[in-house]
Design a protein around this ligand. Structure first.
Ligand SMILES: C[S@@+](CC[C@H](N)C(=O)[O-])C[C@H]1O[C@@H](n2cnc3c(N)ncnc32)[C@H](O)[C@@H]1O
Length: 280
């Protein structure tokens, strides 16, 4: 059986430039707007396809080195292509942020947008790494998402996935068990609460301040959300269903989103926090 286009997309996390317009891109400008002076070195953790680095290079001509750390080789390749015009001002490294290796850079600014939940339960290591890689007076600007969760810990994207599994025949109350047996930790557990995160980062970083916004996702069609889900969550959830049902699974996630859009005027909304952190 050949894989559908959306399954292939989910394996390579392709189409992110387009998909990220729905949610993640807004963090980029929000974070960069906090910088009143140009950093000499900026490190972006989980740099994806290099959008934040590119925006920083454009905004700050004095930025001498923009460093990206990213696990996905597909995304690194796309970032390298995007950032080629900036030559030696850019350094991209393949890295797993759950076991971050030391780098010879000290940055005035470290950023991380829409990534931290993927590092659960090892977030503390990247907090220690960031504290050790900030130049004196430097800041770590971090965005974290906080969907409401139900008694089983499901919330945010988990709810659309639950709808899709139910559409494919799983009884509603069996869904938490399907997550557990499939080794899929609900995203709403991965994201932690802000109090819990403050506890985890506390040994390494001090909270200088924070901002909050409501991230509202709206879509124009089921297909648009189907591709957003594949580009953002990859095959994280789709492995819960057998290979022959995966194309139908992605379609059902898109249909759930579109139904919510028609009924509520949006697909989802959740608080996002922008943390301003300094080393202890
Ligand atoms: C939702 S995307 C966010 C990308 C970018 N920061 C943005 O705001 O658009 C999450 C990124 O984190 C990366 N990522 C997830 N787990 C990672 C890990 N353990 N180490 C490095 N990168 C990771 C993914 O490959 C992906 O590019």
């Amino acid at each position: 059986m050949t894989a559908s286009a959306v399954e292939i997309q989910s394996r390579t996390l392709a189409g992110y430039a387009d998909a990220s317009r729905l949610r993640q891109v807004q963090d980029r400008d929000w974070v960069l707007d906090q910088l009143t002076t140009a950093p000499q070195t900026l490190i972006d953790l989980g740099s994806g396809i290099g959008q934040l680095l590119q925006a920083a290079l454009e905004r700050f001509p004095g930025l001498r080195l923009a460093v990206g750390l990213e696990r996905s080789e597909h995304r690194l390749a796309e970032a390298a292509e995007r950032l080629r015009p900036y030559g030696a001002r850019v350094a991209l490294h393949r890295a797993d942020l759950t076991v971050p290796e030391p780098l010879p850079h000290r940055a005035e600014v470290i950023t991380q947008t829409s990534v931290l939940h993927w590092l659960h339960p090892d977030e503390e290591r990247i907090f220690a790494w960031a504290a050790a890689h900030l130049a004196p007076g430097g800041r770590f600007l971090l965005t974290t998402y906080h969907p409401a969760r139900d008694a089983h810990g499901l919330g945010g994207e988990d709810e659309l996935v639950r709808d899709a599994l139910v559409a494919l025949g799983t009884p509603q109350d069996a869904v938490p068990g399907v997550f557990e047996r499939g080794g899929v930790l609900p995203i709403a557990v991965r994201t932690r609460t802000t109090d819990d995160l403050a506890r985890v980062l506390g040994p390494h970083l001090a909270v200088d301040g924070h901002l909050e916004r409501d991230a509202v996702v709206t879509v124009e069609s089921a297909e648009q959300y189907e591709h957003f889900h594949a580009a953002t969550f990859g095959d994280y959830y789709s492995r819960l269903v057998p290979a022959e049902q995966r194309a139908a699974f992605f379609r059902a996630v898109g249909e759930s989103a579109w139904r919510r859009q028609r009924e509520r005027g949006h697909v989802s909304h959740m608080p996002v926090r922008l943390w301003q952190l300094t080393p202890r």
